[in-house]
Design a protein around this ligand. Structure first.
Ligand code: PMP
Length: 457
């Protein structure tokens, strides 16, 4: 026992002195951070022996099937023992088997391109668009539109396609050819007088296309439901109009399902809530629930065909590689992850428990005036906190920090938008693993209720 404690203390010291933690200010890191040591289902235990209920799916919407899934660990171990890696023009069993399973959930989609992270999946999509522009449009049609408040990743092109000023701050200059379109958050509508906001918000995209010149625009990337920018469910009528505009100007629609994909919103993919068909879909996080690093860029056969070689065009095919897109741990884990989702009916559970969660959050809104808006689909929900419901003035970031902190003190981990949108660090989010039970949702809601009372009176 003693030697175990000493080893843990040593590891904590090593962590404090050597690990550069994501999104953690140096002052906090230098004091030393507790470590998580074990997880099971929605539960996590830290090095101090404290137990938590994780309503954030690993902090960043990842652990869709929950912690401690030995069946995924076993599938990965078996695959790695048999064959761990080969990248390039040879096939392998888990990549083929998983592609078939995935495409079965995505009518109209046809090809799966493997890589390692959400950012990378989006970069692949951007490179496809750029190469299509060169092959078919003399280098024009290379601009990619992105939406205010959406996030698409940490690499420089993905960040250049991100509509969150605070995330971009201090990282310029950005990659050229990315152009912003207005957000579609009904609660913060730009057209308060209109009763067809969905159409107006989509038409705002067309205005940008016409301003830039349709012959210069190759694609638009959008989140089906904006995640880090504040759990923004798009307004009625938005998606069909977006598709119509894309078709009118021959613009590819890239759907970033990195967060929403693989059951999070109560359907296999977020876009499937709406009458819209994308050309390219990117996904990562819940794809293997954090048991391996894997992402996919999924395309229609048309996009695949646009990137194939023609006579005399030796640069014709998609000239891209991802070294660890060739690691077989990813598709092996994704295959086992999908088996669990199917066998345990977790996408349906996400839908059912999501409704229960949303109803609970709406009830809390009745009680706490600080809750200005409740949004979400499936086990993917958010609260927008305001000083005053009439003016909708956002609360100071410190209020959201204090509420999330109080929840943590009471053993529940919730998410918080972090510097997503200028002045709007006022959104709390809830995304437990898709195995969540009514009792666990109750624990999240009761804890949140107490935390809001503590912080806001
Ligand atoms: N797209 C969206 C919508 C995301 O939320 C994220 C990450 N939070 C990414 C892309 C980037 O994924 P990754 O961090 O795996 O590169």
């Amino acid at each position: 026992m003693n030697s175990q404690i000493n080893e843990l203390d040593l590891l904590k010291t090593l962590d404090r002195d050597h690990v550069w933690h994501h999104l953690t200010p140096g002052a906090a890191a230098r004091k030393g951070l507790p470590m998580f040591v074990r997880g099971e289902g929605l539960r996590l235990w830290d090095s101090e022996g404290r137990e938590y209920l994780d309503a954030s799916a690993g902090g960043v919407w990842v652990t869709n099937v929950g912690y401690g899934r030995t069946e995924i660990a076993d599938a990965v171990r078996e695959q790695l023992a048999q064959l761990n890696f080969f990248a390039g023009s040879m096939g392998n069993a888990p990549a083929a088997a998983f592609a078939e399973k995935l495409l079965d959930k995505m009518p109209g989609m046809s090809r799966v391109y493997y890589s390692n992270s959400g950012s990378e999946a989006n970069e692949k999509a951007f490179k496809m668009v750029r190469q299509i522009a060169h092959k078919h449009h003399g280098g024009r049609k290379s601009k990619i539109l992105y939406r205010e408040r959406d996030y698409h990743g940490t690499t420089l092109a993905a960040l250049s396609a991100t509509g969150q000023a605070e995330r971009r701050a201090q990282f310029g200059p950005f990659v050229p050819g990315f152009v912003e379109v207005p957000h579609c958050c009904e609660y913060r509508t730009q057209y308060p007088e209109s009763n067809d906001y969905g159409i107006r918000a989509a038409d705002a995209i067309e205005e940008v296309i016409l301003r830039e010149g349709p012959e210069t625009v190759g694609a638009i990337i959008l989140e089906p439901i904006t995640a880090g920018g504040g759990i923004i469910t798009p307004p009625e009528g938005y998606w069909p109009r977006v598709r119509e505009i894309c078709d009118r100007y021959d613009i590819l629609l890239i759907m970033d399902e990195v967060v929403c994909g693989v059951g999070r919103t109560g359907k296999w993919f977020g876009y499937q809530h709406y009458p819209v068909q994308p050309d390219i879909v990117t996904m990562a996080k819940g794809l293997a629930s954090g048991y391996a690093a894997i992402s996919c860029t999924v395309t229609t056969e048309r996009v695949f065909d646009l990137l194939q070689e023609e006579a005399g065009d030796t640069l014709g095919y998609f000239r891209d590689i991802s070294t660890f897109g060739g690691c077989l741990a990813g598709p092996a884990a994704a295959l086992a992850n999908m088996k669990i989702l199917e066998e345990e009916g977790l996408v349906e559970n996400s839908q059912r428990m999501g409704e229960y969660l949303l109803a609970g959050l709406h009830a809390l809104k009745e009680k706490h005036p600080v809750i200005g808006d409740v949004r979400g689909k499936g086990l993917f929900a958010g609260l927008e906190l305001v000083q005053d419901r009439m003016t909708k003035t956002p609360v100071d970031e410190s209020v959201a920090i204090a509420i999330a902190g109080a929840c943590k003190q009471m053993g529940v981990l919730i998410g918080r938008t972090n510097r997503s949108f200028e002045g709007f660090n006022n959104i709390l989010n809830f995304s437990p693993a898709l195995t969540a039970t009514a009792e666990q949702i109750d624990q999240i809601l009761t804890t949140l209720d107490k935390a809001i009372s503590q912080v806001c009176g």
